[in-house]
Design a binder for this molecule. Structure first.
Ligand SMILES: *[C@@H]1O[C@H](CO)[C@@H](O)[C@H](O)[C@H]1NC(C)=O
Ligand SMILES: *[C@@H]1O[C@H](CO)[C@@H](O)[C@H](O)[C@H]1NC(C)=O
Ligand SMILES: *[C@@H]1O[C@H](CO)[C@@H](O)[C@H](O)[C@H]1NC(C)=O
Ligand SMILES: *[C@@H]1O[C@H](CO)[C@@H](O)[C@H](O)[C@H]1NC(C)=O
Length: 412
């Protein structure tokens, strides 16, 4: 089933509201349906470079496995390829023209309207709502509180190791530490011996454990930071992508006649020490092809790293026997140019920056209910190429929807 272009992320509200509709009818005592929990996964700067979207190079076995049980949208587009406006847009179900946020500098409740959010909606219907990692964009655009207390039942969690993301923690060829763009690390060597997305997974699993026996349903949002720059990820993931196997963008040229306003000169990249050392011409570059390959390698490695985190999270959902009563929504705030049109950034309106992955697993609807004891989301190691589930062809891109979505008119 394909979404109509341009409507992509607005569907979030509709599908997620179906869980809430079940709760409402349960409250009215006229339903046999227990309310479903919601696990909402949002990844930062992830374009659909995933096996389930037909990418032949990227290893994303855990997300592919989720896709094989989900309704997957091919034409989902963010409203804007910038974190804060996109997140405020899909979390309020309103376009940036309504939230009046096109940058990072205002809070919609004060500057546009006191609009409800998806988690707030669930909270007001009796759900326990929880935020882990980057869900709302931090800072003024969510009132320096991730829109707490309106959206969340408990204080939002941010991984403590996030504060090292932009400092000198990347070992360069000179043996010194740098603030680089390309930052494969030995996790044992970095401050606190961990990375933000690993911490977020651990926190999210702890919350799932607490919620397993809770009387109320939950809405748990988990926001992963990678593959946002800098590409700071466990270095073993580089091995999945030998440089000689990395292709370049098929259309690396800045289009002739492109209005300068449509082009973003990727200043955020140029500030990183390794990129600055290349003295790349402003605004159009180009970046030397060797380095282009390395950027693509590190982006893909970061995607596989996030995939393992998603795998651990889903596997925990399974182990806790919550997979049969939890909706899983998976998306990203926008994409990222990997050299197409001479761009290495979000910010533009090219489709590589606006198109996002979007999928919904609704137990009993997009997939059969798992049987007792059955593993629905076993963790798959992307390094284990012998795993049967890694073989191409086992992921159903267009799963059969077993029953129509239950969307009550009052909740739409
Ligand atoms: C905004 O909405 C929230 C609940 O949705 C409410 O508690 C708050 O009072 C409202 N603020 C204003 C200024 O109307
Ligand atoms: C934003 O946060 C400040 C400081 O916590 C608080 O005083 C203010 O009421 C918040 N704004 C809204 C609209 O809730
Ligand atoms: C790299 O490409 C070669 C040749 O196509 C292929 O045999 C090999 O499996 C690839 N390696 C990886 C890790 O994908
Ligand atoms: C970049 O410019 C600096 C200062 O002009 C120079 O020392 C360095 O060699 C240049 N690096 C490259 C890769 O051209």
């Amino acid at each position: 089933m394909l979404s109509s272009p341009g409507r992509g992320l607005f569907r979030l509200c509709l599908v997620l509201a179906s869980a809430c509709a079940a709760l409402q009818s349960a409250e009215q005592g006229n339903s046999v349906t227990d309310p479903l929990n919601v696990l909402f996964i949002v990844v930062d700067d992830l374009r659909p470079t995933l096996g389930c979207y037909g990418d032949k190079l990227v290893r994303s076995p855990n997300i592919d496995q989720l896709a094989s049980h989900s309704l997957l949208f091919q034409n989902a587009f963010a409203q804007q390829a910038v974190c804060a406006p996109s997140r405020v847009s899909f979390l309020t179900g309103r376009r940036p023209d309504t939230t009046r946020l096109y940058d990072f500098n205002s809070y919609w409740r004060v500057h546009a309207g006191n609009f409800s959010t998806i988690p707030q909606y669930f909270k007001e219907k009796g759900y326990v709502t929880m935020s882990v990692g980057k869900v709302f964009h931090p800072g003024i655009s969510s009132n320096h509180s991730d829109d707490a207390p309106y959206s969340w039942s408990i204080p939002p969690y941010h991984p403590s190791s996030e504060k090292y993301e932009n400092i000198k923690t990347c070992r360069g060829p000179d043996g010194e530490l740098h603030a680089n763009l390309l930052c494969p690390v030995d996790v044992r060597d970095v401050p606190e011996g961990t990375l933000p997305d690993k911490q977020s997974t651990e926190q999210a699993i702890q919350l799932l454990e607490k919620m397993k026996t809770a009387a109320r349903p939950f809405f748990l949002a988990v926001g992963y930071h990678k593959p946002h720059i800098p590409f700071r990820y466990p270095k073993e993931f580089q091995k999945l992508y030998p440089l000689e196997n990395i292709t370049l963008a098929p259309n690396p040229w800045v289009p002739a006649g492109l209005p300068p306003v449509a082009y973003n000169p990727w200043m955020d990249l140029r500030q990183r020490e390794d990129v600055a050392a290349l003295n790349i011409s402003v605004p159009y570059g180009p970046i030397p092809v060797d380095f282009q390959r390395k950027i693509r390698q590190s982006y893909f490695a970061s995607v596989s790293y996030v995939d393992t985190q998603v795998g651990r999270l889903l596997s925990a959902l399974d182990d806790l026997q919550l997979a049969g009563r939890t909706i899983v929504a998976f998306t990203s705030d926008h994409g990222w140019s990997l050299g197409e049109h001479g761009e290495w950034a979000k910010y533009s309106n090219f489709d590589v920056t606006t198109r996002v992955p979007l999928m919904f697993y609704v137990p009993g609807t997009t997939a059969l209910l798992p049987q007792g004891g059955e593993k629905f989301f076993p963790y798959i190691d992307p390094f284990d190429s012998t795993s049967e589930l890694m073989q191409t062809g086992t992921t159903k891109l267009f799963p059969t929807v077993l029953a129509p979505f239950y969307i009550s008119s009052s909740s739409a």
